[in-house]
Design a protein around this ligand. Structure first.
Ligand code: F6P
Length: 366
């Protein structure tokens, strides 16, 4: 630390939907900042809303102690607060205003050197835009959807896969007892990572992902064949973004003021209805919903979140800006936010997991 005259100050916010591991990252950034780099740490309440509405708290060592295993975020979050498109009247998106100058002014008023933005693709995109306005930004990739460009994995994903796989295990036993088809709808937005991982981990017979539009006849054939062979039940794992070939995604609701207002959900019901109608096999649906976002992070996510947090603190101390921490292989590194901003990482048709699923006879809906 020799040669550094002024003690640095950094700000942290958590944006977008929550997920397990947010507190582990906050703790990692804050503890490393204080202990290793002698920096002060400020937290913003409710994501970018705290920056615009000037709501911040000092993050002391005591405040970030004991939160490693806690789900959610001690800072609060929202997926409706974009400083560049600020909802002045939540009922009327036409009236949205650009409040990014106000956000930048508050950053400077607090004497901050760097803003750490922990969040998904929306948060990283806003972080990138703020860095283009001249403030230092370091991103940390969060989401149960695992759809952020540039990193092999996001924190929160492993915890969501674990929750979903445990649920599928439980559905399995009741499916067997009642000789039913059981459809389990998981989250994941436009990406099939969560369905693919949870489906393989839970021994799903059919896995439907957004990247591979399904044919209902292929699914029905499998259920009937299994029945004929004495396997009188089938487990179907459906990503909320899945859709039939030539058909639309099912939208559950629109959220006014959200950067991406579309909320998916309901495809499980449609798949179940169609299977029962075509095959006559009794079919039930379970929608896992926000269960997948709650609870304590898995040990894998605790370690990943802590590694991301410590690396983010190091990048702040080194004065690096416009980057997001990422896992590449076994290494944590900073990658340009420009490579992440405005993009989604989807399951490629030739991804090895598709081959793995095919290898054990999983039907991917075609
Ligand atoms: O991006 C995380 C996620 O949980 C998606 O999987 C899901 O589509 C969405 O957020 C749900 O958002 P909300 O909490 O607004 O219902």
């Amino acid at each position: 630390m020799a040669g550094k005259s002024r003690r640095k100050r950094i700000g942290i916010l958590t944006g977008g939907g929550d997920c397990p591991g947010l507190n582990a990252v906050i703790r990692g950034v804050a503890k490393a900042s204080m202990r290793k780099f002698d920096m002060d740490v400020i937290g913003f309440e409710d994501g970018f809303a705290g920056l615009v509405e000037r709501k911040s708290v000092s993050l002391t060592w005591e405040r970030v102690s004991g939160i490693l295993t806690q789900g959610g975020t001690i800072l609060g979050t929202t997926n409706r607060a974009n400083p560049f498109n600020w909802p002045v009247d939540p009922e009327n998106p036409e009236k949205n205003e650009d409040r990014s100058d106000r956000a930048v002014a508050y950053f400077h008023k607090l004497g901050l050197d760097t803003l750490v933005c922990i969040g998904g693709d929306g948060t990283q995109t806003i972080g990138h835009q703020l860095s283009q306005k001249g403030i230092h930004v370091v991103g940390v990739p969060k989401t149960i959807d695992n759809d952020i460009m540039g990193t092999d994995i996001t924190f929160g994903f492993d915890s969501a896969v674990t929750t979903a796989a445990e649920a599928i295990d439980k559905i399995h036993s009741t499916a067997m007892s009642h000789h039913r088809v059981m459809v389990v709808e998981v989250m994941g937005r436009y990406a099939g990572w969560l369905a693919l991982h949870a489906g393989i981990a839970g021994g799903g017979d059919v896995i439907l992902i957004p990247e591979i539009p399904y044919e209902i006849d292929a699914i029905c054939r499998l259920a009937v064949d299994r029945s004929k062979k004495g396997k009188r039940f089938s487990i179907i794992v459906v990503a909320e973004g899945a859709h039939p070939h030539g058909g639309e995604r099912v939208v559950r609701r629109m959220v006014k003021g959200s950067p991406d207002p579309v909320r998916l959900g309901g495809i499980g019901q449609k798949v179940a209805h169609d299977i029962e109608e075509i095959t006559g096999i009794e079919t039930r649906v379970t929608v896992l919903g926000h269960l997948q976002r709650g609870g304590t992070p898995t040990p894998f996510d605790r370690v990943l979140a802590t590694r991301f947090g410590v690396k983010a603190a190091e990048l702040c101390y080194d004065g690096v800006s416009g980057v997001m921490v990422a896992l590449r292989g076994t290494e944590i590194m900073g990658i340009p936010l420009a490579e992440v901003s405005g993009k989604n990482r989807l399951v490629a048709a030739d991804h090895p997991l598709i081959e793995t699923a095919n290898g054990v006879g999983v039907c991917l809906g075609v």
